[in-house]
Design a protein around this ligand. Structure first.
Ligand SMILES: [Zn+2]
Length: 433
């Protein structure tokens, strides 16, 4: 449950401020007046006790599915953005595989307007690369950008046709637009329900060949080299794929990549329990790929962590492993899962982890990350870094209950976001001083 209140003057007291944008890390009070960070607190402010908490710029997730328009039985902009706020996100970029697809300026404006109405977090829609996401005719990039599209993707499917993808790159290059590719050749992945390997063979389930991901990245990097268009690999998941991006970056190409929280902690072994909540595209991979994802973050090959929050109804997921739609929810477990992968394992520290959720995604979208700075609009996330909690999908703000982390004990959790005058707190977790 989210508890939302508004305050003209407040003080976030006693928290550890971590701001990757400025390198700041220390225990400082943050005063906010009329929604803006100020030097001195106003008189009689509302005091939010952040003792023991991490206070950082609002987290960003540049890959979520809000399902509207058209699939409100899975999620709505209201429930999806409430889930984002509950998970610590003040910004999400939502994917265009809705019904209809986000392929016209009117639909882009409608999504932004609806998000403003419910006002849980900022929503930047990603427009479709091709009309109806059918992979044939390009959409009107310039008009979609003017309407507020943050980037372009046919996510849910990749753009397979070479000539179409080449013209997308040429258009993106001319307009300085970003292309986000869901890398999957269906001719190669066809019929696969999980990673093709030892585990799929043992379970007797149709395997999904990792080449379907890698081959498309290879082609796209080549197109990027020829055209100069900016290119971002969605949900990267194999060691080979990461190596391709590493090479492209070394070459100085405008290539970036993201990794999903689940690909940092789960392997394809998880599918052996048969739960449809371990079925997603790209699928869970073997341990070596999980380790490559973690290393990719640490050496900067992967720019940011995302959730690929993909809610489905209970009925849809009840169709069983073979038939259920792919995808899991992730917004409300993201901080805990990422911390488990990177901090509990002692691979990284909080400033690094927060960078993968703030400055990293901001760099990909070429937006300014929120900053904890005097004069800036208040845009903050409060994280409790060490209070064990048990994941209970029944408590999610999302309509989706499809998580593989049901019953997991996590140590870190986002407990509040502040945007301007507005505080969204997880009730009843956070008290006030
Ligand atoms: Zn995708």
């Amino acid at each position: 449950m989210l508890n939302t209140t508004h305050h003209d003057a407040m003080v976030v007291h006693g928290g550890r401020i971590i701001d990757p944008a400025t390198g700041r890390d220390g225990i400082v009070d943050v005063a906010i007046a009329d929604g803006v960070i100020t030097k001195e607190p106003h008189r009689n402010p509302f005091v939010l006790d952040a003792t023991g908490l991490v206070v950082c710029p609002g987290l960003m997730d540049i890959h979520v599915h809000l399902r509207e328009p058209g699939q409100a039985h899975k999620e709505t902009i209201e429930t999806g953005t409430a889930a984002a706020a509950a998970g610590g996100f003040t910004f999400v970029a939502c994917m265009p595989n809705t019904q209809p697809a986000l392929d016209t300026p009117d639909i882009i404006r409608w999504v932004i307007g609806r998000a403003d109405e419910v006002n849980h977090c900022t929503v930047a829609p990603v427009a479709a690369i091709t009309q109806g996401r059918r992979g044939r005719e390009l959409t009107d990039f310039a008009a979609l950008m003017a309407a507020g599209a943050a980037a372009f993707s046919d996510d849910g499917t990749g753009v397979e046709d070479d000539a179409v993808m080449r013209s997308a790159f040429e258009r993106a290059s001319k307009l300085d637009a970003l292309l986000i590719q869901h890398c999957e050749y269906r001719a190669i992945s066809a019929g696969g329900v999980m990673h093709l390997g030892e585990v799929s063979r043992r379970l007797g389930l149709p395997g999904l060949d990792p080449r379907s991901e890698e081959a498309m990245i290879e082609r796209d990097i080549d197109l990027c080299r020829r055209t100069g268009g900016r290119y971002h690999v969605a949900h990267i998941s194999t060691a080979k794929a990461i190596e391709l991006v590493r090479g492209a970056k070394r070459e100085g190409l405008p290539v970036t990549a993201e990794v999903c929280t689940h690909h940092l902690v789960l392997t394809d072994e998880a599918c052996s329990e048969g739960s449809p909540n371990t079925k997603m595209h790209p699928p869970l991979r073997p341990q070596a790929d999980v380790e490559a994802c973690r290393r990719g973050l640490l050496d900067g090959t992967i720019d940011c962590i995302v959730t690929d929050h993909a809610p489905h109804s209970v009925e849809e997921k009840a169709a069983g492993f073979l038939k259920a739609p792919a995808g899991i929810v992730g917004l409300e477990t993201a901080v805990g899962i990422a911390a488990r992968a990177m901090i509990d394992s002692e691979l990284a520290d909080w400033p690094q982890l927060i960078a993968w959720f703030t400055t990293g995604p901001a760099r990909v979208l070429r937006r300014r990350a929120a900053a904890v700075d005097v004069g800036a609009r208040a845009d903050l996330t409060l994280i409790d870094p060490r209070s064990p909690w048990v994941v209970n999908p029944a408590e999610f703000c999302s309509k989706g209950r499809n998580t593989p982390f049901d019953g997991w004990t996590l140590t870190a959790r986002s407990i509040a976001t502040i945007r301007g005058r507005r505080i969204s707190r997880l009730a009843p977790v956070v008290g006030t001083a």
